[in-house]
Design a protein around this ligand. Structure first.
Ligand code: FMN
Length: 144
């Protein structure tokens, strides 16, 4: 099994989530490549069994422009996209919290709920990240 983790992170929180996702996938025997959106060379989405996209949420619940460009770069809607992100409930409360994750889940009609992390995942939220990854892998197996 091969997975790609493509993420965008300005201040490091989403990067930390990506690292935890990567660690858990490797623990589960999945081979992982990491793509820094807006920095690394374009990817071929068809090479992977799972595509993980990680994003933070920007002003008033908006999706960062780099993520929109990445979505255009992919150019179609792969069925194996799982979405994670970090946000901050102080920016507008529940409605706006990790809104970019919700938008991507809806856009790609993802089979999995999006993972939403409050700021940094270090500490109490690490388990949440790991069990979300397990859920993605388990669900994928059960429908294979
Ligand atoms: C100007 C600004 C606006 C933000 N707006 C939102 C928002 O609407 N919803 C949300 O959940 N988080 C919002 N955030 C919080 C970031 O998404 C959060 O800090 C995130 O963890 C940053 O990810 P990064 O460290 O990977 O860059 C905002 C942050 C900034 C600086």
């Amino acid at each position: 099994m091969r997975a790609l983790i493509a993420y965008l992170s300005y201040s490091g929180n989403t990067k930390e989530v990506a690292e935890l996702v990567e660690g858990k996938l490797m623990e589960e025997g999945v081979s992982v490549e990491v793509h820094r959106i807006g920095i690394d060379a374009p990817i071929d989405p068809e090479h992977y069994d799972y595509l993980f996209i990680g994003t933070f949420t920007w002003e008033m619940g908006s999706t960062p422009e780099e993520i929109k460009d990445f979505v255009l770069e992919i150019g179609y809607k792969p069925s194996n996209i799982a979405v994670f992100g970090s946000g901050d409930t102080q920016f507008g409360g529940d409605d706006m919290f990790c809104r970019a994750v919700d938008k991507l889940v809806t856009f790609y009609r993802s089979k999995w709920s999006g993972l939403k992390v409050e700021q940094s995942p270090r500490g109490s939220q690490e388990e949440k990240v790991k069990s979300w990854v397990e859920g993605v892998l388990h669900h994928a197996k059960s429908i294979a």
